[in-house]
Design a protein around this ligand. Structure first.
Ligand SMILES: Nc1ncnc2c1ncn2[C@@H]1O[C@H](COP(=O)(O)OP(=O)(O)OP(=O)(O)O)[C@@H](O)[C@H]1O
Ligand SMILES: [Mg+2]
Length: 253
């Protein structure tokens, strides 16, 4: 059984069947890409994985527990973190302060009024935040204001904010959308480094085939709300059904 199991998921918006019979199994410690043309249902599927949308049919389980109807902080507590298209950081705060923020969250999703209960707790959290920033090569930028960072560094910071919560599964929604090639390549390197350093599973939704083929170990191709094929990158590359799904779309390889 996979870490994340999607079984027979269907979702309708009015007259439009956005997802139907979606079955997907994301295996532990793999990078699993979900690709497909515009309107294929990728974002709808992702929203079903984080409890934001409840499918009309089927189930989504993470380590055997249903994610359906869970609140964002409950999803985090299960061990799922999501990286959005645009980095979600606090521009007015420093790099280090940004990474400390997730440490202040309480189990019910609210924030602790007093961040540190003891001096030891403050030391532990600071050390943890510093270790995360080292993991993403931001140790020299601890006191910079987050808004002044480059796009690639903002992505690195967001990743540290996510990793400090010790997620088992990272869901990435087009993490390189709108980036210049240099920032895209830096994000690819970052994800590879993170994958090497820790036991983490990644499910990534991506349009850029350069990113997909640089990172993915397993690929599911969605078309018109249904998985067309799931296979290794080598088998996907020249798959006739994949070419058919992308007919008319420009592929960057
Ligand atoms: N809230 C909604 N209400 C009505 N229709 C929706 C809604 N969300 C998505 N859709 C429709 O469902 C279909 C799948 O949309 P979705 O956003 O999941 O596709 P996508 O694969 O993420 O596309 P893209 O690559 O453009 O991001 C589309 O036809 C879209 O217009
Ligand atoms: Mg989308």
């Amino acid at each position: 059984m996979g870490l994340l199991e999607v079984k027979d998921v269907g979702k309708r918006f009015g007259g439009l069947q956005a997802l139907s019979n979606v079955n997907l199994s994301v295996q532990e410690n793999t990078v699993h890409a979900i690709i497909g043309p515009n309107g294929a249902g990728k974002s709808t599927l992702l929203n079903c994985l984080i409890g934001k949308l409840i499918p009309d049919t089927g189930s989504v389980t993470f380590q055997g527990q249903s994610v359906l109807g869970k609140k964002p902080h409950e999803i985090n507590q299960l061990g799922i973190s999501r990286i959005f298209q645009t980095p979600e950081i606090f521009g007015d705060l420093t790099v280090l302060e940004n990474v400390l923020i997730p440490c202040f969250a309480k189990r019910d999703g609210s924030f602790r009024l007093h961040a540190f209960e003891t001096v030891e707790a403050e030391k532990d959290l600071n050390e943890k935040a510093l270790a995360m920033l080292e993991d993403v090569n931001m140790q020299d930028k601890l006191h910079m204001q987050a808004s002044s960072l480059s796009r690639g560094d903002k992505r690195r910071l967001e990743m540290a904010m996510s990793l400090v919560q010790d997620p088992k599964l990272l869901l990435l929604d087009e993490p390189t959308a709108g980036m210049a090639r240099a920032d895209t390549n830096s994000t690819i390197d970052l994800l590879k480094e993170i994958k090497e350093k820790r036991d983490i599973t990644m499910a990534i939704i991506e349009h850029d085939m350069h990113v997909v083929f640089s990172l993915a170990e397993r690929i599911t191709v969605l078309a018109q709300g249904t998985p067309l094929v799931e296979d290794t990158p080598d088998n996907i590359r020249d798959h006739p059904k994949v070419r058919e799904a992308y007919l008319g779309e420009t592929q960057q390889t």
